[in-house]
Design a protein around this ligand. Structure first.
Ligand SMILES: *[C@@H]1O[C@H](CO)[C@@H](O)[C@H](O)[C@H]1NC(C)=O
Ligand SMILES: *[C@@H]1O[C@H](CO)[C@@H](O)[C@H](O)[C@H]1NC(C)=O
Length: 426
């Protein structure tokens, strides 16, 4: 932790001139980035401007990647691209000691005397060592209601991946990954140290792929959605724990369905005591649906089915385990009328109620399935919250205070994550 704080201090001192020149003209401004749900992969894609001349570039949003990385070997044109030399202060900021001393025949994309940084493709899970690089990125400022002018960050530190690093596994037009893990050169932390904004990002994933959701950076609010609903005031808070792998965990103390405790849950797995070795509840934007450890999956699925014992089930549609004909359910503002699943977390009133909108998915026309997947014991965490459960729910990751703020489904207050007013300018 001390080392981490020191790194931030280093980043801050290095770029303090930039920070102060901007601060003197106007206070630091929060930023807003549009995000969309790719219809074929269900991955969340952020649109960020970069390079010179500036062009919009698609990046997969990954809560568990530690940095921003991009394919630089092909289709990369920029007059402001540069690479820090080994032993430079930038390599220290990135906390890497790896140096490419001699590239001769080592690999296709290689520049001698540049720093290496461990890269993992979160789609294909390929791993390699990429090269640190710098270039301009630009993100719109915001007053919380509308987007404002682009804010440029020069010499933004990111990692270059070679061309054959799983590029074809990405949605069309997507050229990299925007990592938001708890790490020194993750996007939110670099923006905070370079621009003097708060170490906070608030993500609102759209429930549709036809309109953009948002991520706000550096702001406690407002987070306003048309027709003028500020959701920042109605968030509930629970402590965030950081795992040894830089992932975000929350402490779910109990799970209820229909207001009744789910029997047979393994209390050891539920607890967040040792996030490195297993158990606990984490977030994963690479998962389209929440993945549960096998015994937890079985306990939740059978208790949910018990609450609906009068409704006939149909043959489950993979990868789900419990399905019904949709005609049996009423349609409400919070989705199909099914029992709510309540995650009771540490903190005052910190209950995350999952309603039909986030718990039931139309897996086939006319068939609704409980949108949770059996992860056997393939995942470290007991509960890995996927994007279907996050959609239309504002999620505020406050890194400074180490708390998570979360809202109820926005349809409950008659708006949506895709209702940020990107069309007009502040
Ligand atoms: C990059 O620049 C080269 C040379 O100017 C040009 O031929 C190529 O089309 C450009 N590529 C992209 C992706 O813009
Ligand atoms: C609960 O989970 C722990 C960790 O996986 C396991 O060691 C233990 O046997 C489980 N308890 C029960 C009652 O299944």
């Amino acid at each position: 932790m001390a080392e981490f704080a020191l790194l931030f201090f280093t980043i801050f001192s290095l770029f303090s001139t930039t920070v102060f020149s901007q601060a003197s003209s106007s206070p630091p401004k929060p930023l807003v980035v549009p995000i969309r749900k790719d219809p074929t992969t269900n991955l969340i894609v952020a649109n960020i401007y970069g390079r010179t001349p500036l062009i919009p570039v698609g990046f997969i949003v990954d809560l568990n990647s530690r940095h921003v990385w991009a394919f630089c070997e092909t289709k990369y044109n920029s007059t402001t691209f540069s690479q820090p030399k080994c032993d430079s202060v930038q390599c220290k900021i990135a906390n890497t000691r790896y140096c490419f001393t001699n590239c001769q025949g080592a690999r296709a994309f290689c520049h001698t005397n540049t720093c290496g940084y461990a890269l993992e493709n979160p789609v294909t899970h390929q791993a390699t060592v990429g090269e640190l690089a710098q270039d301009v990125i630009a993100i719109r400022s915001t007053n919380g209601y509308k987007p404002g002018p682009l804010v440029r960050v020069r010499d933004y530190l990111f990692t270059c991946a070679p061309a054959n690093f799983g590029e074809t596994s990405f949605p069309k037009g997507v050229r990299g990954v925007a990592g938001l893990a708890h790490a020194p050169i993750a996007l939110q932390n670099v923006l905070a140290s370079r621009l003097g904004i708060k170490r906070i990002f608030t993500m609102c994933i759209p429930s549709t792929s036809s309109a953009d959701g948002v991520i706000f950076f550096g702001s406690d609010g407002p987070y306003s959605f048309l027709p003028g609903i500020d959701v920042s005031k109605s968030l509930k808070y629970t402590p965030l724990t950081i795992s040894p792998f830089d992932e975000y965990y929350v402490n779910v103390k109990s799970i209820k369905i229909n207001q009744k405790p789910v029997p047979g849950l393994n209390v050891t797995l539920l607890s967040v005591k040792d996030t490195g070795s297993g158990g606990g509840t984490t977030f994963n934007t690479m998962l389209p649906y929440t993945i549960l450890e096998e015994s937890t999956f079985k306990a939740i699925t059978s208790f949910f089915a018990k609450q609906l014992s009068k409704v006939p089930t149909v043959k489950p549609v993979a990868p789900f385990g419990l399905c019904y004909e949709s005609k049996h359910f009423s349609s409400t503002r919070l989705g199909p009328g099914v029992p709510s699943i309540d995650l009771e977390m540490e903190g005052k009133d910190a209950v995350w109620s999952i309603f039909g909108l986030n718990s039931m998915v139309e897996a086939r026309p006319g068939v609704l399935c409980l949108a949770f997947v059996n992860g056997k014991n393939e995942y470290r965490a007991n509960v890995n919250i996927g994007t279907y459960q996050m959609q239309d729910i504002p999620l505020k990751f406050d890194i400074g205070k180490q708390v998570l703020g979360f809202g109820g489904p926005l349809s409950g207050v008659r708006t949506h994550c895709s209702n940020f007013d990107f069309k007009t300018s502040a």
